[in-house]
Design a protein around this ligand. Structure first.
Ligand code: G3H
Length: 542
């Protein structure tokens, strides 16, 4: 059973950190990536502290200071933006007009540099956001695969576009063209993966980018900054770091951002996008908050449901936008389910990200344990209880996972996204009660249904696919595989991401058309034969 004392005991003294997890020295990100170079930063810096506390000789705990990054000013952020604007050059820059095969070659070079940075990035993921070692490795490897798959998807897209169409006497060649300067902002829970899943397709389609790392998860970009400068033409990739309100608002207010790719919360997305002076010009692709429910039907395989709900609710401490954040369970199996779930949660290992077999790790957001405790207290005051012994204990950056039951509609946990290790369980008599709650919810990302009866599952699938974007059967909610569409309804998303969808999101179809006659046939034949154009081309990328 967890207690404040046992949580505190999980923090290490410096000697207790394995050599391969240790940071030999703080990571000093002393330069700014702008215009293709890492330029020394002369202004103020932000110290980065880890959610991991370190025990001193006397036993006192203090947050580990793991590095620093430039606290950029509005003027500096605008200089980065201007570098991207110059690289775009109203669509006439080197990058947006470069043949696809050459752009792909730049990325292949980058991918080699990226692979070489694996150990360093994984170590920083552990220290900056407290992600366990296997999950940090998975985040890195999944991102490398995503980049590779994106390159292959663009080759396919380009091959399909490397031909002319003749329709109703008109010859046409249709391709996808870039949109312009793109601002990419990823979230702290996947600071590498969910930054790169927009950054990479945006750049690859020919759009120069300014990217702003999340509040937690900045230093892990340091090992790759010079690679961006070395692999792409000047100004194609620029990084802005600092306080979001100070640097992001001015970027948007400049009116020079054409595409806004953001993964975070809807209030933050709204606050940023509305600063654009011509909002109709701004293309947005947004991955936002969610409150994905699981629905456990009376005939569900409870062992399987507990296993999937445990993963779904508590992987990376529940800090996933796709996490299951509310569990509806039929009253006939509720007691059994809650007991099994509670036992499974009690068996989870709490510790440091590098500890073998660890599941629950320190939380990076400083106010999070207190906020989670508030949500649990609200539920308890209204008649629920924490079922698992020691659940809800807090100490420093730890929050011991809590299974809260029975949760009802009057409680904050029923509707607020906890984004942390709290599992609210709601009993129901009729599945319609769960469906009604999903219909009424502000969110519409995914749902997980657990049951065996095909007839009953089908009856739920049909209404639910019009409420959410993915219905999972006897499986937790998740984004992957990354080739599947990742989107949501209502407050949960705008636009669709996947390996192939992202290439479309960051581009627009453009075509060259000509009435079919001898003059035009001759012109087109000459352009192709003499390779006079990147756009008008039948070259096939092998
Ligand atoms: O935070 C939201 C992520 O897109 C979740 O991805 O389901 O693969 O953990 P995941």
């Amino acid at each position: 059973m967890q207690s404040r004392e046992s949580l505190l005991d999980a923090f290490p003294d410096p000697g207790g950190i394995p050599a391969d997890a240790r940071l030999d020295a703080p990571v000093r990100m002393d330069g700014v990536l702008v215009g293709g170079k890492v330029v020394p930063w002369e202004g103020p810096f932000q110290d980065v502290t880890s959610p991991v506390r370190i025990r001193s000789g006397g036993g006192a705990l203090s947050p580990a200071v793991i590095g620093r990054f430039p606290l950029m000013t509005e003027e500096a952020a605008l200089r980065s933006l201007d570098a991207a604007v110059k690289a775009w050059d109203r669509g006439r820059g080197e990058w947006p007009t470069m043949p696809v095969a050459q752009r792909i070659r730049c990325f292949e070079k980058f991918l080699d540099r990226m692979r070489a940075a694996r150990a360093e990035v994984v170590r920083l993921l552990m220290w900056e956001i407290g992600k366990s070692r296997p999950d940090s490795e998975k985040e890195f490897d999944r991102t490398v695969i995503y980049v590779r798959d994106t390159l292959n998807a663009l080759k396919d897209l380009d091959r399909a576009s490397s031909r002319f169409t003749i329709e109703d006497g008109v010859i046409g060649q249709i391709r996808r063209a870039p949109l312009g300067v793109t601002l990419c902002m990823g979230p702290f829970n996947y600071p590498l993966n969910e930054t790169y899943t927009t950054l990479v397709p945006a750049i690859l389609m020919g759009n120069p980018v300014v990217f702003k790392p999340p509040r937690f998860g900045v230093l892990l970009h340091a090992p790759l900054l010079s690679a961006f400068g070395d692999c792409f033409p000047p100004g194609v990739v620029n990084l802005v770091s600092g306080v979001g309100r100070q640097v992001v608002g001015p970027l948007m207010a400049s009116g020079k951002i054409d595409v806004f790719a953001f993964i975070g919360t809807s209030p933050a997305a709204d606050a940023i996008r509305k600063q654009h002076p011509k909002p109709h010009r701004l293309r947005c692709v947004l991955g936002l908050e969610a409150k994905n429910p699981a629905v456990i039907l009376p005939d569900a395989d409870l062992e399987l449901a507990v296993k999937e709900c445990l993963l779904g609710t508590l992987s990376f401490n529940g800090q996933r936008c796709t996490a299951i954040k509310l569990v509806f369970v039929h009253e006939s199996v509720a007691a059994d389910f809650v007991e099994r779930l509670s036992a499974a949660v009690s068996a989870l290992k709490i510790g440091m990200p590098w500890n073998e077999g660890v599941s629950i790790t320190p939380l990076p957001e400083p106010g999070k344990p207190a906020l989670l405790a508030e949500l649990v207290a609200d539920a308890v005051a209204k008649g629920a209880r924490v079922v698992n012994p020691g659940g809800g204990a807090t100490a420093e950056s730890f929050f011991s996972p809590a299974v809260v039951y029975p949760v009802s509609a009057s409680m904050r946990l029923f509707r607020e996204e906890q984004f942390g290790p709290v599992v609210p369980v709601v009993p129901f008599r009729n599945p319609e009660e769960a469906v009604a709650a999903i219909v009424a919810s502000d969110y519409g990302q995914q749902v997980a249904l657990f049951g065996k009866d095909p007839e009953q599952l089908a009856r739920l699938v049909d209404p639910l696919v019009n409420q959410v974007s993915r219905v999972n059967l006897n499986s937790q909610c998740q984004r992957g595989p990354d080739t599947f569409p990742f989107t949501g309804r209502k407050d949960s998303a705008e636009g669709t991401l996947s390996v192939t969808d992202a290439l479309r999101v960051f581009s627009i179809r453009a075509l060259v058309a000509a009435k079919e006659n001898d003059l035009n046939r001759g012109i087109l034949t000459d352009i192709l034969r003499e390779r006079r154009s990147s756009f008008l081309s039948t070259d096939y990328i092998f």
